[in-house]
Design a binder for this molecule. Structure first.
Ligand SMILES: [Zn+2]
Length: 386
């Protein structure tokens, strides 16, 4: 295996910032230190740069004009765009669709995930959602959770279904949460009208995540708190947050970090226009117009995913919302790794962890990215494109 030494930079992860070096060996971090660096086959000077663990996206739908719902080629194309922006591990989110479409998507992701360690698995964001909070999921494909249907979906995914979003007020939802948790799936509460008590019951049944806090759910009312304070309150639960400056106001981004320290996961919820141009797109079966980087369902004021990349989420969190840099980086790395139960191998710059590294220059601009020990961008992409 070729060893690569990244020396002279500043290391930043959930443990904070320190000057140091990093030695990559194959797909692992072999050693990290602050003293004199060891020798290596390749030595890279990263002085003046910040090194973070690779970003982990628990929730995305596409990028670069390609959508995760459209099969293996588009999944690969979209992920290549997000790799340029520091995302090294991706959960593939699928929107509500006809059952045969969802089954085909689950099978495609299962195949990809078996071959590519940077693809974590799939996330069924639909179809078990509240009609009134469906956002950019087609109403005709929303259904109530049902044990046989869930068994069919688990079977199609062949062990690669990592996450399901459920509105816990639906009939059968609490039993569905238990069924999914028993199968090793992370259940997220989301696209929901649930009040405080139903949300707590969902967490007690094993749900451990809140899908994009504040979006597609009731906000906080002082006499009717809704689902959000229950998630703030429960140390077992992490909260996805879309920090694009549009989905949630920067002041509220700051508030979420204060209310749930160490439990925020910065996700993209990116649709096909992320890393692409404004214009007309499809999200599942729905038409979406993107203007000034904001995606809206045609003819509505409903936000239809984001055009966010995780490096931009980092910039929004730190530079606009004023979140501490180590908390923001933790929300892109160690916290999502913990949600996925992979915090022993992903999300930290430490010996034995995966060789997932982002090199950031001034203004938190991504300069180089390694995913599972392979350099994937952005300098690699431009060299390849030339
Ligand atoms: Zn989504």
């Amino acid at each position: 295996m070729t060893t690569t030494l990244l020396a002279g930079g500043s290391l930043l992860d959930a443990d904070g910032r320190r000057d140091g070096w990093l030695l990559l060996d194959g797909d692992r971090i072999a050693a990290v230190g602050t003293d004199a660096p060891p020798t290596a086959d390749v030595v890279l000077d990263v002085s003046g740069r910040t090194l973070t663990p690779g970003f982990i996206d628990l929730h995305g739908h596409g990028g670069g004009g390609a959508a995760f719902d459209n099969g293996a080629d588009e999944i690969r194309a979209a992920l290549a765009v997000h790799r340029q922006h520091g995302t090294t591990r991706s959960v593939i989110s699928l929107v509500a669709n006809p059952l045969e479409t969802i089954v085909a998507s689950l099978r495609a992701v299962a195949e990809l995930a078996a071959a590519d360690p940077t693809i974590v698995g799939s996330h069924l964001e639909g179809p078990f959602l509240a009609v009134a909070r469906r956002g950019a999921h087609a109403q005709e494909y929303l259904v109530e959770p049902d044990p046989e249907l869930i068994a069919t979906l688990l079977d199609a995914a062949a062990g690669s279904l990592v996450q399901v979003t459920i509105a816990p007020e639906l009939p059968g939802a609490l039993a569905a949460i238990e069924q999914l948790v028993d199968a090793g799936v992370i259940v997220a509460v989301g696209h929901t009208e649930a009040g405080e008590h139903v949300t707590r019951a969902a967490f007690d049944a094993g749900a451990r995540l809140l899908t994009h806090v504040f979006n597609a759910m009731p906000g906080i009312h002082h006499r009717d708190p809704g689902p959000i304070p229950s998630a703030f309150d429960d140390d077992r639960v992490a909260l996805e947050l879309v920090a694009d400056g549009v989905h949630v106001h920067p002041s509220v981004v700051q508030m979420v970090f204060r209310a749930a320290p160490g439990r925020v996961a910065l996700v993209t919820d990116a649709m096909a226009a992320a890393g692409g141009a404004d214009g007309f797109y499809r999200l599942g079966s729905l038409n979406v117009t993107v203007q000034n980087g904001v995606a809206m369902l045609n003819g509505t004021s409903t936000i239809a995913g984001s055009t966010l990349t995780q490096d931009a989420a980092l910039r929004t969190a730190v530079e606009v919302a004023g979140v501490d840099e180590d908390a923001a980086v933790r929300a892109l790395t160690a916290t999502p790794a913990c949600v996925l139960g992979r915090d022993d191998e992903w999300g930290m710059l430490a010996a034995g962890f995966a060789a997932d590294v982002v090199v950031l220059g001034s203004g938190w601009q991504v300069e180089r990215v390694w995913a599972a020990g392979v350099e994937v961008g952005p300098s690699v992409a431009s060299a390849g494109a030339a």
